[in-house]
Design a protein around this ligand. Structure first.
Ligand code: KMH
Ligand code: ZN
Length: 310
């Protein structure tokens, strides 16, 4: 019987959306990524969702080598579940994106459940100058960016990681992505329990209205019944409002500077751990308790931290 009233807090420490000039607290180097992940685990994150970056420029780096510079340290320092992205950056091919998860065989890898416009160009107006040339292009070019996750792309990731015992954080940015997940479930290509990460507030995906959150949950419940474990991720300023709503509905939550650089209105989060601490306070304030990594493994049916390849 899965632990009751336990809330899994995931922390996504750096990602591929925000750029170094947006906040001095964004982890860039292997040391910064390792320290941020370990700090987040110590604050209560049971799952650590990880991307890699070029240590000089902060540009997203999905090379197998880039992940080697921090994965062993994180594994050695904490029992938290390591979740390696197969999303990388929306500018990358699916083969590039899937390579680290295929190599390191983590307990969890993210899997993006549908193609979509994935835009962050509105952030341009907030910053006068950028430290690195790539930052402005990164934002400007997103006006014409399609984050490609065709059925063939999704099958590619499933086939690449299948057999490694890796399970997935299914990133669902809209209602159709839930139906795509149901398609793969009907084909027997994904096995329950489904860890559904509902993503709210990415321009190109579903919005952040409470009705959006209700509809995502209502649809997932209709499609998957007791076969899914619901988590929510609110991008940007809505991160904690959406987390609060989901907690009241029995959901799990994901925080981290990957998706919001803020701790509260107008206040930059000084660390990933500060967001995890705020999430923990929300959980405990509702009389719930924060899941340990072992609780998360039991709830999600994971293979164990000793069965990875790093
Ligand atoms: N940045 C989140 C909106 C992935 O890495 O595969 C989604 C995400 C995708 O974390
Ligand atoms: Zn990610």
């Amino acid at each position: 019987m899965a632990p009751q009233n336990k809330v899994i807090i995931s922390c996504a420490v750096t990602g591929a959306i925000h750029t170094p000039s947006m906040t001095p607290h964004l982890p860039i180097t292997p040391d910064e990524i390792a320290e941020a992940a370990i700090g987040a685990a110590e604050a209560g994150a049971a799952i650590l969702h990880l991307h890699a970056r070029d240590p000089e420029t902060g540009k997203p780096d999905q090379s197998v080598e880039a992940f080697a510079s921090f994965l062993p340290r994180i594994k050695q320092a904490t029992d938290a579940v390591v979740n390696i992205t197969t999303g990388g950056s929306p500018y990358m091919t699916v083969a590039e994106r899937a390579a680290p998860a295929a190599q390191y065989q983590p307990e969890i890898a993210s899997l993006n459940m549908g193609s979509m416009n994935f835009a962050f160009f509105p952030l341009l107006g907030k910053y006068k100058e950028f430290k690195h040339d790539w930052e402005r292009e990164h934002l400007e070019n997103s006006k014409d960016l399609v984050f490609r996750n065709s059925f063939a792309n999704i099958e590619y990731v499933l086939e690449t990681c299948y057999g490694n015992g890796t399970r997935f954080e299914f990133e669902c940015y809209d209602i159709s992505h839930l139906y795509n997940l149901a398609h793969f479930a009907d084909r027997g290509l994904v096995k329950p329990p489904f860890f559904v990460q509902s993503v709210f507030g990415i321009l190109g995906g579903i919005g952040t209205h409470p009705e959006d959150v209700m509809h995502m949950h209502r649809t997932a419940t209709r499609l998957f019944g007791s076969d899914f474990r619901w988590s929510v991720l609110g991008a940007g300023k809505d991160q904690f409002r959406i987390a609060t709503q989901a907690l009241a509905m029995g959901g799990n939550i994901r925080v981290g500077l990957e998706d919001s650089i803020w701790l509260s209105r107008g206040k930059l989060a000084p660390s990933n751990a500060s967001q995890v601490e705020k999430a923990r306070a929300l959980v405990e304030g509702m009389g719930l308790s924060v899941a340990t990594p072992e609780d998360a493994r039991e709830i999600l049916g994971l293979k164990g931290g000793d069965r990875v390849n790093f």
